[in-house]
Design a protein around this ligand. Structure first.
Ligand SMILES: [Zn+2]
Length: 339
């Protein structure tokens, strides 16, 4: 038993599961990721019970008592401010307006730090790059378009109310063929997420398939739903399919455009692209397309050093933290804050 040491738990609450990681007081991972159901739609008390189960399993797997855990980093899939959930997202209604951070802290009698999943993922990507001399901006296309910013100090920038870095909802000037700005899930029009997300991919695929030039495409004659067809696009793009590659190229170009504006504001030095595309085997092409979009919008000083053109001022990397990144980021945040 190593109970003289203290440990910190990172608990990443997702719509389906809680992913959890334990780190020691040096911030090094101890044991493997533990995953349990999150039960977020059954009310937050049901999720609290699962968080405690995850902590017990984390401690048990490395042979320490749960009491050796000295602090917790928690992230939630919803906007929150100072521990209070501000929007329901995929959660049960009772989460909204509740101070989840303080309620869970009281329940387990431990200090808890809490943020949203975008910030947590950014913290995780920072944690897996121990020799990084800068902070980083993380942008993650998934069902939506999330993001987070880690400052060179290693802390996430959350804004005064925890509402910063809603990168998916910055405005981009791209129009559909009929000349309109596409509607976003947030109610606004012309958001980056309305172009760069799985939801956007479904809309764009539907519009493309209605065109004569794709009439013979296998997806045009397939009887599957648009949701199922959109899920197949990654495989099609991997096989060189022109329609799938066109849609991902368009998405990557627009993401690069949006990132150029974010870089103009934050100058992060490193931009990490997260989400499932990090595992796609056409990801090198995607990053080239993204750089094309970035270069069209970013001034030269955000691309290369005027002193040495081989030095990139804004570097791009794929996420490398895998699906435990957010949990690791929160475990390290707890270690940093309470260690
Ligand atoms: Zn929006």
């Amino acid at each position: 038993m190593t109970d003289s040491k203290t440990f910190f738990a990172g608990l990443d609450i997702g719509g389906t599961t809680i992913k959890s990681i334990l780190v020691d007081d040096s911030g090094d991972t101890v044991g493997d990721m533990v995953e349990v159901r999150s039960h977020v739609k059954e009310g937050y008390e049901a999720t609290f019970a699962q968080l405690e189960l995850a902590m017990e399993r984390l401690a048990g797997a490395v042979g320490v008592r749960p009491s050796a855990i000295a602090g917790i980093g928690l992230d939630v899939p919803a906007p929150s401010s100072a521990g209070v959930i501000w929007g329901q997202a995929n959660l049960a209604a009772d989460w909204v307006g509740c101070n989840i951070r303080d309620e869970f802290s009281k329940r387990v009698n431990l200090p808890v730090t809490m943020t949203n999943d975008g910030n947590a993922a950014a913290l995780g990507e920072y944690a897996v790059r121990p020799n990084l001399s800068s902070g980083l901006l993380c942008v993650a296309p998934g069902t939506g378009l999330g993001g987070g910013l880690v400052l060179p100090s290693g802390r996430a920038y959350e804004g005064q109310h925890g509402l910063a870095l809603e990168v998916g909802h910055i405005s981009v000037p791209f129009l559909e063929q009929d000349g309109t700005l596409p509607s976003c899930s947030c109610g606004l029009k012309g958001c980056a997420e309305a172009w760069v997300s799985l939801v956007a991919l479904r809309r764009r695929l539907g519009i493309e398939l209605a065109q004569e030039k794709w009439a013979d495409h296998p997806l045009a004659t397939d009887g599957a739903s648009i949701e199922e067809k959109a899920f197949q696009l990654r495989d099609y793009a991997s096989q060189g399919d022109p329609l799938a590659r066109h849609l991902f190229q368009e998405q990557a170009n627009i993401l690069g455009h949006a990132i150029a504006d974010l870089v103009r504001v934050f100058d992060p030095g490193l931009v990490v692209i997260g989400g499932g595309l990090a595992e796609a085997d056409f990801r090198d092409d995607y990053l080239d397309w993204l750089r094309d979009g970035f270069s069209k919008r970013a001034w030269p000083m955000y691309r290369h050093s005027p002193l040495d053109p081989t030095v990139e001022i804004t570097r791009f990397q794929w996420a490398s933290g895998g699906d435990s990144a957010a949990a690791l980021g929160m475990a390290c945040a707890a270690c940093d804050m309470f260690g």
